[in-house]
Design a protein around this ligand. Structure first.
Ligand SMILES: [Zn+2]
Length: 213
């Protein structure tokens, strides 16, 4: 089933340009990997940026240009030529499966969080959150933006249902209490946040103190 909730085009343009914060870039990458529509949009943004770059005079490369270029090459590997050396077999696991993770921490029966072990900007968090079917999540707000991609299962937030592959963007205006739907089993999400969750109630406090998100 294809995703019904996608990143805004402004987010996809920043993703194509490689200017998203590192954790947020990974959550968008997880969505884009499974979404043909967003892969098409990203290709268009990359083409448009390439056309604009070719019109500019040469400039000195910034210090982070090389890591960004390597990340881009990993996303879009160049086609191999006939006389190229034989490359080692490509890792065919999805991005989600390849991410290095830290120890899983149980926050409550049926709820665990697992930080993802990649470099972050100070104060940013990137983690998997798994909530068992039927559990209503913590009532919480956000001190900064938060990107979430649903990996499996489904959750309902207000009147909107998000299923595997869907992308959710929250800002500091949003205070909500998502609920994992019982009929789809548990829900696994990958989320990036800037700043802390402003948890309300028991589970909110627990997540903030134990998991540091
Ligand atoms: Zn999409």
């Amino acid at each position: 089933m294809s995703a019904r909730h996608h990143p805004a085009d402004a987010v996809l343009a920043d993703y194509a340009a490689g200017t998203l914060r590192p954790g947020f870039d990974i959550v968008v990458a997880a969505h884009v990997e499974s979404c043909e529509r967003c892969r098409r949009h990203v290709r268009l943004f990359e083409k448009a940026a390439g056309a604009m770059m070719s019109d500019l005079p040469p400039a000195e490369m910034s210090a982070d240009a090389l890591p960004l270029m390597l990340a881009r090459l990993e996303r879009n590997p160049p086609a191999a030529s006939a006389d190229a050396p034989i490359a080692p077999p490509r890792d065919t696991r999805s991005l989600i499966e390849r991410l290095p993770v830290k120890r899983r921490r149980w926050l409550a029966p049926g709820v665990w969080v697992q930080p993802i072990d990649v470099p972050q900007l100070p104060g940013d968090k990137l983690y998997f959150l798994r909530v068992a079917a039927g559990i209503r999540g913590l009532h919480h707000g956000h001190s900064g933006p938060e990107f979430t991609a649903v990996v499996s299962g489904a959750l309902r937030d207000g009147k909107t249902t998000y299923r595997a592959g869907d992308f959710i963007e929250c800002d500091t205006e949003v205070v909500h209490r998502p609920k994992v739907l019982a009929q789809d089993g548990g829900c696994l999400c990958i989320a990036a946040s800037e700043g802390s969750l402003k948890g309300q109630g028991f589970l909110g406090e627990l997540i903030r103190t134990i998991a540091g998100v």
